[in-house]
Design a protein around this ligand. Structure first.
Ligand code: GLU
Length: 313
């Protein structure tokens, strides 16, 4: 039986050990190669950061090297769209695991253009439509929001990745036009896709990611500034969606073995929320067959298991 999160005496040395073990382990897959800018990232990178609610920070490895956050950005987009759209958002995107690939088209056709959840691409494109329709400058609003949460102006979008995403974005375009045909996209599709690709191309490091998402571990209040980012119900809902749909088609296994709300991205990053404790962010570019970063997932798993952090205790 697992209890409330234990305060480890030697958290930093545990992280050092996890990074050392990860560096020894097999790469565990291939670096994403659907665009050149991601394929060029060195597979050997390994980093991890843990930020606790009281501001205590532990880091190891390449925790300060920026990488493409890709699907992790779907959390930021969703939090902002929930604030702008309120409950009407849930008429346009559901809250169920998809059981399909993150960029699957078939399910969307069967289900009349209503995506299963906001963490598959179709759902994130609906979220991007909400932001595009409700902000005169949605990309700027999103990056300012992320900078505010991360507490640094240095967060930026990689323009090479952004351009590449657009160039290789035919499947996402198919999802968007299909949803438009069902009346579930309001703005012009190219503008919505531009926002979505911009969002995917944001770069951050592990420390910035762990810092920025503290509000999800703290009932909507950002630790440090004590600003309310969202209401407690929204934080609860985002965590619930992360638990059921944040780890692609491995979300069930991740809940089973780790038991934390989490989101990964094809850039090799993963963030895991530990309610009332803090946030873990890890990075290692090679991806397993589900699109999750093998060694980064392993580090988060070890950390959570050794400290007894599962929410399902
Ligand atoms: N830019 C990627 C896409 O839309 C994001 C994929 C991901 O990280 O899941 O296909």
């Amino acid at each position: 039986m697992e209890g409330t999160p234990k305060q480890p005496k030697n958290c930093s040395s545990l992280l050092e050990q996890l990074v050392a073990e990860a560096r020894e382990a097999p790469l565990g897959g291939q670096v994403a190669d659907y665009i050149p800018a991601l394929a060029e990232v060195a597979a050997e990178h390994v980093g991890i950061a843990v930020v606790e609610l009281d501001g205590t920070t532990h880091t190891a490895g390449d925790f300060d090297v920026c990488f493409s956050i890709q699907s992790i950005s779907k959390i930021f987009g969703l939090a902002l769209a929930m604030e702008r759209a309120g409950d009407s958002l849930w008429e346009r995107v559901r809250m169920e695991p998809s059981g399909q690939a993150f960029n699957s088209v078939v399910q969307l056709e069967w289900e009349h253009g209503i995506p299963r959840n906001p963490f598959i691409n179709a759902g994130a494109i609906v979220v991007s439509d909400v932001l595009t329709s409700r902000y005169s400058a949605s990309k700027s609003a999103l990056i300012q929001y992320i900078r505010y949460l991360a507490g640094t102006e240095s967060v930026h979008t990689n323009h090479e990745v952004w351009e590449s995403e657009k160039e290789h974005g035919n499947r996402n375009a198919a999802l968007a036009y299909l949803m438009k045909s069902f009346g579930n996209i309001e703005a012009d599709v190219p503008a919505v896709l531009d926002h979505y690709f911009f969002q995917c191309s944001v770069e951050m490091n592990c420390l910035q990611l762990a810092q920025s998402l503290g509000f999800l571990a703290n009932k909507g209040i950002q630790p440090g500034t004590e600003e309310r980012i969202c209401d407690a119900r929204s934080a609860h809902r985002i965590n619930a969606l992360l638990s059921t749909s944040g780890m692609y088609d491995q979300s069930g296994e991740f809940a089973f073995t780790v038991g934390l709300p989490a989101k990964s991205g094809v850039g090799g990053g993963i963030v895991a929320v530990v309610p009332d404790y803090g946030v873990i962010a890890a990075w290692s570019p090679p991806l397993n067959r589900f699109g999750n970063p093998t060694r980064a997932v392993q580090m988060v798993t070890e950390f959570a298991q050794r400290l007894g952090l599962s929410v399902y205790h």
